[in-house]
Every structure is written in C-alpha cells, then in structure tokens.
Write a protein that binds this ligand. Structure first.
Ligand code: ADP
Ligand code: ZN
Ligand code: ZN
Length: 741
C-alpha cells in the first residue's frame, strides 16, 4: 500500500487552505508524519521547496499517476512549527473539526503594521563588483544609478528613506537595482515589546517551607521520572505566583521556555510587575489590547528566541517556542479558558497536549479548582499540592448566612436583610468600605418560593426550569415543560416569584436607604467603555466611594485593603442558573467574593443572603471548605452522569425561519435517535429551546447528548454534520454548533 502526505508549503494562517499531495517514498514511510518538515518538488520546474506534512493517507485525492514523490525529510526532529501542526491534529480529533479549522486556531495571523517596519536597501554585490559597475555607469553617464552604487559602496545597508529622499533615487532606478541583482529592498518589522522600562530586581522574601516543598518535588520528579502534571490548591495570597516564578526561573536555567496563562481580567500591572522584575526583557505579555500585528511580533520574537516567557490568556498557548519546559495555568477554574469560537477548545486540555508534545511540566493553580481538575487529581492524573496559609496577612473573614425566608416571615420585604443593613450603617460610620455583590451572569428565568426556598426544577435533569414567553416552565436540557407554578408545591405559599433585582435596582435601594453614602456601580452597562472597568476599581481603591455595587466583575483581580464588608444579595441567582455547573459556579463566586473582605489589617465580615441557606454550595463557601463542596458536587455529577463524571455534548440548531428551524431540529433529533438505536452508546436529551430562544433574529434549539466516553459523541457529531450537508447543503441561514461541556 502506498502512502500519501498532504503538504502545506506556506505555513501561514491565510494560506493553510492550500495543500498539495505527494507520495511518500518507501524509505521515508516510517519517518514522515504529521508535523514533519519535508522537501518537495514544486511547480512545473520542480523547484525544491520545504513544506510541512499535515496529514498522511492511503487514499490519494488525485490521479495517482500525477502525484509526485516527496524528496526528503528536512529535519529529523519536529520543529516548533511542526509541533503546532501536531497540536492542530490533536484538536481536530478532540473537538471533531477539520484540520484546516484547527490550523487556523493554532497558527498566528501574519500581519505587519503599516509604518512600523524598517525598510532598508542592501547591496548584493561585493565591493570589487560594485566598484567595476560604478566605473561602467559613470562612463555611460547614468548618474542616478551611479549615485546609488556609490552610496552602497560606502555603506552596504542604507535606510529606504535616505535612498529615496536624500539621494533622490526613483522607483525605476530601484527596479533596475533589483533586476540587475545589484541590491534588494528589505523590510524588517520592528519587533515590539509591549511592556518596557520595569527594572529587573531580585525578590526580597525567602520562600516558605510549603512553597519550597512544591518546587523541590516538581524538580525532583522531573530529574527522576520526567515531566508531570500538578494542581496547586491554594487560596488567594497563599504564594502560588511566587511558586510559578521560581519554577519559571528553573525552566529558563535549563534553556527551556515557559508559557503562563492568566485570565485577562487578572493581568494587572501589579501581577505583570512581578514577572518583569524577575525576568526583564526575557518575558513578554499578550492581551487583547495588542493589535494583530503586535501579536504576530510576539510570536516572531518567541520563534527567534528573543523571549523565553510569555504571559497571556488562552491564545498564548500557541506561542511557537522551540522547547517548552513549563506551562502554568493560574486560576484554572476560570470560564475564559474555554474558547467561545469553533473549535471550542479548553485551555486545560490543549495545554496538557502541548506539555506532552514538548515534555513540559503542567502546573494548574486555583483557590477553587474546577471539578475537572480536582477529579483528575483524585484519579492520580495530577499530583495535588496545597497551600493553606495566607502570606499577605489579614485574617479570613467571618461569614454569616442570612435566611431570606425568615426575613420575609418577619415582615422585611426589602432586598437587604436587617443584619446587612446594620452592618452597612456600621461601616459608613467607621469610614470603611462595602462591596455589594449580585452574582448573576445574564439571563435568569427561574422561579422560587420566597417562603420556603423551593426552586422549580426539572424532574429528569435536576436543573432549574425557566419561564418562557409562552407562560410555561421549560428545561433547557431535555425540553420538559410544565405550566407555571402559582402555588408552592412544597409549602403551599403563593410567593412563588422570579428574580428581577439587577445592579441598578440595588444601587437605587442603597441610595434610598443610605442617602449619605457615596455609591459606585460596576456592571455590563457601566463598563462598556474601554478602561472604565479599571477606572471604577481605581476610584473605589482611592476610597472615592463607600459602597461598590456590582456583578462578578468586582470580585476579581483587585485588592481593597479598606473593604471590611462584603454583602451577597442573593446566592440563589447563580445557584438557580439552569445548568449543571450552577452549584460549582456559586461556590466559586461566593468564595471569591468572601475573599475580598478583610484583605488589610482590619478584620472583615461577609453576609450571604439566600432563600436556600441549607444548600451545600452556600454552606461550603461560608465555611471556606472546598473538600466538602467537592464531595457533594461530585456525588451529584456522578448520579446524573454530568462531566467530569461523564461526557456531554451540546448541539445547537439555529435558523432565521422559525418553522424551518423547528423542522430541522426534529429531523436532526430523529437522526440522532436512529444512531442510538443502531448501537451508539449515548443518551439523548431534548430537543428543547435554548435558554435565550430568539437571539438576533435567530431561533435556537438544543439537543444534548451524554455518554461515558467521548468517542460516541464525536461519532454523533460526524453523523449529524453529514446529514445536514446532504439534506440542506446550501442554506447558510441554518447551522449547527457543537460544544463539549
Ligand atoms: P497567590 O498567587 O496564591 O495569590 P502570591 O504568590 O501572589 O499568592 O503571594 C501573595 C503575596 O505574598 C505577594 O505579595 C507575595 O509577594 C507575598 N509572598 C509570596 N511568598 C512569600 C513568602 N514566602 N514570604 C513572604 N511573602 C511572600
Ligand atoms: Zn414554598
Ligand atoms: Zn430536563
């Protein structure tokens, strides 16, 4: 059997669609694989050029007799680019996308910024040759050409501006220069470093025993048995970053490079400073404020070996380093590590593959590890380390849970419990600051009983039902629907209501109740302008306000030493989001919010208001007890086979025409059911309407599939995509999206 290799000859983002097929000679069969750099004959003249192999197949795509043989392997090992191609191959299989889609995700977009490049005119002839040429030109009285050659004799590299402006050389003369092989015009992009001018300095403290233990264990393991995967569970301020910095130092000392992922929102000056003071110009940062061209420059600088450490959000994973020795993912539980574009990859999974390809250590860190990471640690896939002491001083805040049902029973209909009111008044008087936190993410349509806390949930999926415009309560996983509940099925109360309170309302209520207080608000509305997010936080930090009201934006990144009270208006808001991660998210948000109190020398208080005071997410967050949370949450996930106790895929079917979209959803569902009848090992849920059914004039339906393994889900994806192509091939207004949850 013959084997054929798909080759791309110009490995840039824009050109990856152009592949060429070559036959692999027998002698190279063992060696040519995805990621190999090879030499191929190209074009009619069979010019030898280099390219990369992106796939190997036994089935040729063209007439076999017209396929040329690949010439040789250019490099024995796999280059940095080759490893990115291997990574794309992994993503192709893991997320069920095409190789081209995967390559477009991992390869940088080549772009240089106009005006930011340095153009030079460079001589290609030797001094003697130039001298001979000059003589000829002078004899023929070709003065402009002579002027240029003379200048090149004096200095073989001239700036383009000097040549065109000062020497007044025309485009025609430059063309002659190129055609005659006298010289060339080259453009060198000016490689930029986005952060500069922070002095390098050594750290002033000695690492604690716990910190040293982690560093030594990782180092020892590397020397004895090779790279490993690690999870550091440690509260904010417990010294995780200091551990990362030391590990990076050791990585660089071995001549290897490091990638550090930090959520964009935490990429503050204070954080970056710590890396810059230690690594100076060897480190660079990537974030969304960089232009496409600047991002490309960072990639080039990494490739050239100018930088050894990159810090950034998830896309920093695709930095083309030669030999990656360490990947750090800080705050690994953050949602932003999941891509919202196809392929919807998770940084944790991709990082693990990069670590495998390069032989790097992978270190995750979090105060509230994701269920995925902790589950993996429990199964021995990650080694778990703990840091339990807060090194920044300050004590853990005292947390109180307020039962809002009792408040109502005693006649308090305000959104603030009496305890929270008292404490706010107390802080105003002491001139200390308060954070009021509304943990809602977006759409919440759930109903709950204000008398007993009962939340209307789906009998099949254990997630909250949400109220739709048709007046029915819907489950977004399985499509189950029931009439709206007017009376509480548990206690008979008529106080079954939705939650309407938003940040604006909370702000108004605060102003009503405490007219003397200076109040700031931070949410999607007040932070629409660039930098306004930072401006509000800084104003609050400078104590220009007494109370900051906000969504989860306020619980991340910043340190407010004068905040001694954190009030959570209703834990129920995130608890009753209709998906299986609502308990986990609530635990994370409450823990983070509580961590904002008592950062300074003064002790802090946290008040959590809720209608479900007995819920384990609330209880565990109040007690700062991750392990108890994990134990109960994993039991729930296991019972219902939700990830990480199983695999789950969301299929979204979208269309502009309501009826056609519903029809398509029906036939897609039938296809999926047929696949299951034919033996595909998975469980289907739905179809149902999406949480937001109509968005931007597009109707959206959901089907979910659960399975013990990922394989059947990928097969289902494939079947449905093929079905869609066959039955509605040309309709671009209808499409499907797949997401592994
Ligand atoms: P985390 O990343 O877990 O939030 P950091 O590494 O940022 O923790 O440490 C929190 C603070 O404690 C930082 O200001 C850091 O400079 C300081 N710190 C870290 N390790 C030590 C130590 N061993 N001794 C004293 N201070 C330390
Ligand atoms: Zn009730
Ligand atoms: Zn359901």
């Amino acid at each position: 059997m013959e084997l054929y290799a798909d080759i791309i000859v110009d490995i840039t983002h824009e050109k990856v669609d152009r592949t060429f097929q070559y036959r692999i000679p027998d002698a190279l069969r063992e060696e040519v694989r995805v990621g190999s750099m090879v030499v191929v004959p190209f074009g009619a003249a069979n010019k030898e050029i280099t390219g990369y192999c992106i796939g190997v197949t036994a089935i040729p795509s063209y007439d076999k007799t017209k396929i040329k043989d690949l010439i040789s392997l250019k490099e024995k090992g796999v280059t940095a680019q080759g490893k990115l191609i291997q990574l794309a191959d992994f993503m192709k299989n893991r997320y069920g996308v095409t190789m081209i889609q995967a390559l477009k995700t991992v390869l940088p977009v080549r772009q240089t910024v106009e005006g930011r490049e340095k153009r030079t005119v460079t001589a290609l002839l030797s001094q003697a040759e130039l001298s001979a040429l000059l003589e000829q030109l002078e004899q023929k009285h070709q003065t402009a050409r002579a002027r240029l050659v003379k200048a090149l004799m004096e200095k073989p590299e001239l700036s383009f501006e000097y040549v065109t402006k000062d020497l007044k050389i025309s485009a025609a003369v430059l063309q002659w220069m190129r055609d005659a092989g006298v010289g060339t015009v080259e453009s060198i992009p000016l490689l930029r470093n986005p952060v500069q001018g922070i002095p390098e300095e050594k750290i002033s403290f000695t690492l604690s025993r716990d910190q040293r233990y982690i560093i030594e264990e990782i180092t020892k393991h590397r020397q004895k048995s090779g790279p490993g995967n690690y999870l550091i569970h440690g509260i904010t301020g417990s010294g995780k970053t200091a551990v990362y910095v030391e590990l990076i130092e050791r990585t660089l000392a071995r001549g290897e490079q490091a990638i550090v992922l930090i959520p964009e929102i935490s990429l503050t000056y204070q954080t970056l400073r710590r890396f810059y003071t230690r690594f100076g110009s060897r480190v660079s940062v990537m974030n969304s404020t960089l232009s496409q061209g600047e991002k490309y420059d960072q990639m080039r600088r990494a490739e050239n070996g100018e930088i050894q450490v990159i810090i950034g959000p998830r896309s920093a994973l695709f930095t083309p380093f030669e030999k990656i020795g360490l990947i750090v993912i800080d705050e690994e539980h953050e949602n932003s590590y999941k891509s919202d574009l196809s392929p919807r990859y998770h940084a944790r999974e991709v990082a693990a593959e990069i670590a495998r390809l390069h032989g790097a250590d992978l270190v995750l860190g979090s105060a509230t590890p994701s269920m995925e990471a902790y589950h993996a640690a429990q199964r021995g896939e990650y080694r778990l380390f703990e840091l339990n002491e807060r090194l920044t001083g300050g004590s853990l805040p005292a947390t109180q849970i307020v039962d809002l049902r009792a408040e109502l029973k005693e006649g308090n209909r305000s959104i603030f419990s009496r305890l929270l009111q008292e404490k706010i008044a107390d802080r105003l008087q002491k001139k200390e600051q308060t954070l009021l936190f509304l943990n809602r993410r977006g759409y919440t349509g759930f109903l709950s009983c204000r008398s007993c806390g009962y939340v209307v949930t789906c009998p099949h999926c254990s997630v909250s039902l949400s109220l739709h415009r048709d007046g029915m309560l819907h489950c977004h996983y399985c499509g189950y629907a029931q009439p709206q509940v007017l009376k509480c099925p548990k206690c008979g109360s008529a106080h079954v209501l939705g939650f309407k309170a938003g940040t604006q309302q909370v702000e108004e209520k605060v102003r009503e109740m405490f007219p003397q207080a200076r109040v700031l608000r931070m949410d999607g509305d007040t932070t629409r302008l660039k930098n306004s997010h930072q401006a509000i936080l800084s104003a609050f930090e400078r104590q220009e306000a007494d109370i900051l009201v906000g969504t989860q934006m306020i619980v991340k990144g910043h340190d407010f030493p004068n905040v001694t009270l954190v009030g959570i208006i209703a834990a129920d808001l995130s608890l009753s989001e209709h998906d299986f991660r609502s308990g986990e998210r609530t635990f994370q948000l409450l823990t983070q919010a509580a961590g904002r109190a008592g950062r300074g020398v003064k002790a802090g208080d946290v008040v959590i208001q809720t209608y479900q005071p007995q819920h384990y997410s609330v209880q565990a967050a109040a007690a700062q007890d991750y392990k108890s949370f994990y134990a109960q949450e994993i039991a729930y996930r296991s019972l219902l086979h939700y990830p990480p106790a199983g695999c789950m895929m969301a299929i979204q079917i979208c269309g502009k025409e309501e009826k056609r979209t519903a029809d398509l959803t029906r036939s897609i569902t039938e296809q999926a059911q047929k696949a299951v009848r034919n033996g595909l090992k998975l469980q289907l849920l739905g179809p149902g309407e999406a949480a937001v059914y109509k968005l931007k004039d597009t109707y959206r339906h959901m089907i979910y599939a659960k399975a013990a393994e990922r394989e059947p889900l990928l097969i289902l994806k494939n079947i449905l995509e093929q079905y869609k192509v066959q039955t509605r091939p040309t309709n671009e207004k209808e499409y499907m999206q797949f997401d592994f949850l």
